[in-house]
Design a protein around this ligand. Sequence first.
Ligand SMILES: O=c1ccn([C@@H]2O[C@H](COP(=O)(O)O)[C@@H](O)[C@H]2O)c(=O)[nH]1
Length: 694
Amino acid sequence: IQPSAPPAVPANLRELTWGKLNFLHTTCQRNDETDLCTDGCMEQDTHGWHSGHLQEPQYSADWGDYYSFTMRMRELADRQGVDLLVVDTGDRIEGSGLSDASDPKGKYVREIFSAVDMDVVTIGNHELYKEASSANDYLFLRPHYADHYVVSNVDIYSPLTNALVPMGARFRKFTTKNTKTRITAFAFLFDFNLNANNTVVHPVANVVTEQWFLDAILGDDTDLFLIIGHTPVRFSPEFLLILEAIRKAHGAEMPVQFFGGHTHIRDFVVYDDLSTGLESGRYCETVGWLSISHIPTAAAEDKGDNNTPVLFSRTYIDFNRFSFAHHSRPRSLPFSYQPRSPSTLSPDHDHGHHFDTRSGLHLSRTITSHRHTLHLDRIYSCIPSSYYLSRVPATSPTSIYSLLQTRILPDLVRSPMRRGVPTVALINTGSIRFDLLKGRFGEDERWNVSPFTSNWRVVEGVPGEIVEKLASAVERVGGPWVEEEGRGVLARVLGPQIPLGPLEDYYEGLRRKHFGVQSKFKSKSKSKSNNHNNHNNYLHHPHFPQLPLKTPHQYHEIHSRPQTLTPIPPPGYITHDDLYPCPPTANQPCSPGDDTPHTPILSYPLPHAILANHSFPSHSPGASHTPVDVVFLDFIESYVLAALHALGCTVPAVSKPYKIDLDDNKGAREDVTLTDIIVEWVRREWAPGPDGNC
Ligand SMILES: O=c1ccn([C@@H]2O[C@H](COP(=O)(O)O)[C@@H](O)[C@H]2O)c(=O)[nH]1
């Protein structure tokens, strides 16, 4: 744990269920340039949050604590004669000072991340946005993790030879240490198309027909297929295609375990009797735990062990030392637990404390030292009260979007070259990544809130009537400014032929179009309890990052369930997945998945973009002819130009840079970012006290 982090609050934890095969899962985000790691656990879209959450006790463990956790859990697995595998599904960079404040970005995070052994590790979309990020992954993580670094559908133009080569191993076949389970592992990135042009992402639909893939899945050398990937587990056409291919080759009896990511949620999907998928949240808030009671193998067949049903269990572990220490404590466990005498403990672990390891403590100190080098504890501002990303509707006064729309953007997205010109500014809501929490706001938090390097662009002289239509389209639909839906649909959505409707209708249409296949539980229960089922599916659309407990009725429903709760459970997730609330027809054990009972945090759907009107006198006489500057982030340039075009505006092929003067003695600049704007605004508005502290 970092010295400035709050200690975890003790809670009545739900115990983990161990099986013969167990996994720890993270999807981290890290940036990298230099050297690398080792192998072994499971994780979630970490986005560089390896220092832990310094303002939230429930997620305050750091990567050193996670290191110790994986080591202790491996010990418990060994002592029971079962297996523990550790995996990470990518997006390790962009989201924290540790990964983004260094030059080059990610200089320190790679070294830190790679201290943890991974059995299978892969990339996310954030590793591919910039040429340098994928090149560094290829140059350093690939050799470090060797054949454990698996990337089944991405190629890279090698930074060394310029030849197009596979980004990582296409697959990995291995036999587990204790139960001798034979595993064939793949790792697939969803069909991402916003990568820099030094990489090529092959659509999963093509890859599953390629000969190398068919050869890899055929034969009788596999007891379980392990498919990890930076791909959502629910509504994912990519994962369903892979499952379909494996089912075609091996029938219904082959276990297929998926670990996904990208949508930043906790989720668990039951695809069929022998296939499930786990997604383990975001930002080092969650470690996913998955266990499989046993895998039917040839050896088990000989012992007659294959006759009992295969059961899956999942738990979302809060990323704090209390949870880590609790779950890894030596105790009586289901599979013949043998306490080791102290003298047989490895030197790394034999230092009188049952949780910490020497290497874990060393890693925590290394993080502290890098934080110091990067000045991450420098304070710019003291935020008087929190502004949230999705805990409140985007229109609420305590929404960070509302603060941006009404104050920050109008105040600072201005150019001295365009004084007096009516202006509107558009940002994609995805450019904001985290809450602006009450308290210190410094060099670390700036990257938490918005880590991207996009600059501002402008289309000048857009007729007022088009700007009015753009504003109304953004308000009503939000604009599909995310890559999955950005595949050419924006013009159609904003075009007059598509009736614009409420957000729910829009999502419903997309869901029907793209995600026809439902999980077994979903389809069974649908016939019996349509309402419940639709509700659950709705909640788990990728654009609803976490359970939105929308009505007091739902709140009551959760809290009236019998649970052992501490008097005031810490705030956090109450995850709805395929096992909770219990589906009416479930034949799997049904239970809440969060290890810690929480007081729920609400989560509301967000529009895809917000538009701030600085000075455009909309609805006033003559407004429809007023020429307006439409300013936006370069990340959404192609979408904004397409939208303006669809609305009848003659637009240039590319927009112009928009120069902003932040009054910081640097003059008007083209390289100002949204992050710079936010830092400058909160610095002016809520400066720290004379001693520099909050
Ligand atoms: O330069 C960038 C890159 C990304 N974004 C936003 O991030 C999401 C993707 O992030 P995930 O963690 O993979 O969900 C993308 O849809 C954009 O909204 C950005 O704003 N600028």
